[in-house]
Design a protein around this ligand. Structure first.
Ligand code: ADP
Ligand code: ASP
Ligand code: MG
Length: 399
């Protein structure tokens, strides 16, 4: 039986922390376990590498950025392997490419296409611990790629999917909570959560698990445990929903900060204008969210949101749009956040939206856009209103 363990950036921020993890892993290896360990870059290394590239240019070539970012995780795997071997535990570090992780798609947001599980199994015969660099792989051209921010979670779950479907994610909080426990001190720990709810929370901004990792977990039936590094008394199991799992109507609140809201006025009322606009946005790879369109007195009004860190792509796309349609007027707001409530019980319950609107009314909190999915409702609000809104919702739904 092989277990995949993942340690996030803040858990491996110093050499001392890496040594403490090595001792812990040695204990498990000595007890007879075979381990595959995925690590992130040390501390804020990925941010620093991005910042370094940006001191040269605002738009580093994405291929070169990937080459640079991959270094972060490669530093950690080597140090952890040195630490384990110095304790007498047979360990081997592998980059994504060496671990047989092939990817497809764009640089800086690649997706895992395939993993060579056989290769890892072979290496586990002669080693007790294999350490794999998270967040990276290799594409069809042999170039190093990265999987998007937070992508080490995906590396870990994907490796578990081709091994024995056991994955432990270790981070700086002791599990998944009803809201970000660093921001909302009264948030409550969740013992067990369904893949669907966790996926929705991740997609809506709870960065404790990267969204694609949960999606893979569900697809391949990986049992995922989320806990605190070197302190795994408590934690959260992510699994299929069971009969006994509490199906609360609202079980958590997720927040995506740094949302850019865009409004476009005077869109020509032709059959193709809206499609053309979204095509121009897509050509520049802008990730669009929360779309709404209204027509009033023959005037078409379009609005949508996108992540603030895609502002450069957005500006290019808006330039293309204004060139194509000279009548349009564009307005943007970069101080917005998206706040979402998630609950699997929403599938069957009615009246949740009405209760939420009543909270916004009672607290006099303005909101700009609302969207719903089967198990969530999201609002764009001012970034400065996030905390009081979460507090009011948490109070009303006993989160
Ligand atoms: P790592 O570097 O280990 O991958 P991350 O910073 O990506 O860690 O994720 C852990 C962080 O996720 C926590 O520090 C916490 O602030 C944040 N977080 C956001 N929402 C939640 C939630 N609902 N439950 C737990 N943590 C959350
Ligand atoms: N180091 C990468 C990041 O900071 C990947 C990860 O930590 O999951 O996004
Ligand atoms: Mg993370």
């Amino acid at each position: 039986m092989t277990t995949v363990l993942k340690f996030g950036g803040s858990s491996v921020a110093t050499v001392e922390q890496i040594q403490a993890i090595a001792s812990y892993l040695k204990g498990r290896a000595d007890a007879g376990e075979k381990l595959v360990v995925v690590v992130s870059a040390m501390g804020k290394m990925t941010d620093s590498l991005i910042a370094q590239a940006r001191t040269i240019t605002d738009r580093p070539e994405r291929r070169e950025l990937d080459r640079l970012l991959a270094i972060g995780e490669e530093q950690t795997i080597s140090l952890l392997s040195i630490a384990l071997n110095s304790l007498g535990t047979k360990a081997l570090s592998l980059t994504g490419a060496q671990a047989g992780i092939s990817t497809m798609g764009l640089h800086t947001k690649s997706k895992i296409k395939q993993i060579n599980g056989e290769l890892l199994r072979e290496k586990l015969v002669v080693n007790d611990v294999i350490i794999v660099a998270g967040f990276q792989g290799v594409n069809e051209h042999g170039d190093v790629t990265t999987l998007g921010r937070g992508g080490s979670d995906t590396t870990a779950v994907a490796l578990a999917a081709v091994l024995d479907k056991r994955c432990e994610i270790y981070t700086d909080v002791d599990g998944v909570y009803t809201a970000d426990p660093r921001v909302h001190k009264t948030a409550k720990a969740i013992d067990r959560i369904s893949y669907d709810e966790m996926m929705e929370m991740s997609a809506l901004g709870s960065k404790v698990m990267e969204m694609r990792s949960v999606e893979l977990g569900k697809k391949y039936g990986v049992h995922i445990f989320v806990g605190k590094t070197l302190d795994s008394q408590k934690g959260t199991w992510i699994m299929e929903a069971t009969e006994t799992m509490e199906q609360k109507v609202v079980s958590s609140v997720s927040v995506t900060k740094n949302v850019l809201s865009v409004s476009i006025k005077h869109v020509p009322q032709t059959d193709s204008a809206v499609a053309d606009i979204f095509e121009l946005l897509s050509n520049r790879h802008v990730n669009i969210d929360m779309i709404s369109q209204t027509t009033f007195d023959g005037d078409v009004f379009l609005s949508f949101t996108c992540p603030l860190d895609e502002e450069e792509f957005l500006e290019e796309a808006l330039g293309d749009i204004m060139n194509r349609f000279t009548t349009v007027k564009v307005d943007r707001h970069d101080q917005h956040a998206k706040l979402s409530v998630v609950g699997i019980g929403m599938r069957d319950a009615t009246g949740v939206a009405s209760r939420l609107f009543a909270i916004f009314r009672a607290e006099a909190i303005p909101f700009y856009q609302v969207t719903t999915s089967e198990i969530s409702i999201s609002y764009t609000i001012a970034q400065s209103d996030v905390e009081r809104t979460v507090a009011a919702i948490a109070h009303a739904f006993e989160l």
